[in-house]
Design a protein around this ligand. Structure first.
Ligand code: FMN
Length: 173
C-alpha cells in the first residue's frame, strides 16, 4: 500500500491526530492501525505516532521503529507540554534515534495533548502542601494542555502531511 499510519494512544489525543493524518492522505491505498495490532503490513511511507512518555515514546513504538528497515518514515506525537518548538524538537530527536540508518527519515510533528485529570488532582494536592511558583506554572501548563489537540493543531498536522508528501514525491521522481 502507499501509506500506513501506525500509532499508540493511551487517552485518545494521539489517536485524534492520527485520524487527521490518515484523513489527509490521498487515495485509497492506505491504512491506519494501532501499533499493538501491527502484523507486518508494508507501505511506501509510514506515519508513526506516539505520546510523550517521560520525554520519549513508549516501548511499543520504540520496538516498532527499531524493526523498520529500508523504509520512508515520518513521526508525529502529542505531549502534555504545549507550544514549545524547542521541546518538541528534543522529543522528536529522542524518538527518531530508534530508526536505523537504512531508513529515510522525512520529519516529525508534535503538538499538545490534554493530560489526565488525575494529574491536576496530584498538582492540587502538592499545591495545598506548598504553593510555589513552580506548582502554579505546572497547573497553568495543565490548563493550557486541556484545549489540545485543537483546531490549529489539526490544521498544522494537515500541513505537515502535505509537506511530507511533497518530499516523498520529489524522491519518487
Ligand atoms: C506516564 C506519563 C508520562 C508522561 N510524560 C510526559 C512528559 O515527559 N512530557 C510531556 O510533555 N507530557 C508527558 N505526558 C503527557 C502525555 O504525553 C500527553 O497527555 C499525551 O497527549 C497523551 O497522549 P494520548 O492521549 O494519545 O495517550 C505523560 C503522560 C503520562 C501518562
Amino acid at each position: 500500500m502507499d501509506y500506513l499510519v501506525v500509532y499508540t494512544s493511551n487517552t485518545g489525543n494521539t489517536e485524534k491526530v492520527a485520524l487527521k493524518i490518515f484523513e489527509t492522505l490521498p487515495g485509497k491505498s492506505k491504512d491506519i492501525i494501532k501499533v499493538e495490532d501491527y502484523k507486518g503490513e508494508e507501505a511506501d511511507l509510514y506515519f508513526v505516532g506516539f505520546w510523550n512518555d517521560r520525554g520519549t515514546c513508549g516501548s511499543g513504538i520504540m520496538d516498532f521503529l527499531s524493526s523498520l528497515h529500508g523504509k520512508r518514515v515520518a513521526l508525529f506525537g502529542t505531549c502534555g507540554m504545549t507550544g514549545s518548538d524547542e521541546y518538541y524538537k528534543e522529543v522528536e530527536n529522542r524518538v527518531s534515534v530508534f530508526l536505523s540508518d537504512d531508513n529515510e527519515y522525512l520529519g516529525g510533528f508534535l503538538c499538545g495533548g490534554r493530560l489526565m485529570p488525575q494529574v491536576l488532582e496530584k498538582y492540587k494536592q502538592m499545591q495545598a502542601i506548598n504553593d510555589t511558583p513552580q506548582i502554579r506554572s505546572m497547573i497553568g501548563a495543565y490548563e493550557q494542555g486541556m484545549l489540545h489537540p485543537d483546531k490549529q493543531d489539526f490544521e498544522a498536522a494537515k500541513r505537515f502531511v502535505e509537506k511530507i508528501l511533497s518530499k516523498h514525491q520529489k524522491k519518487e521522481n
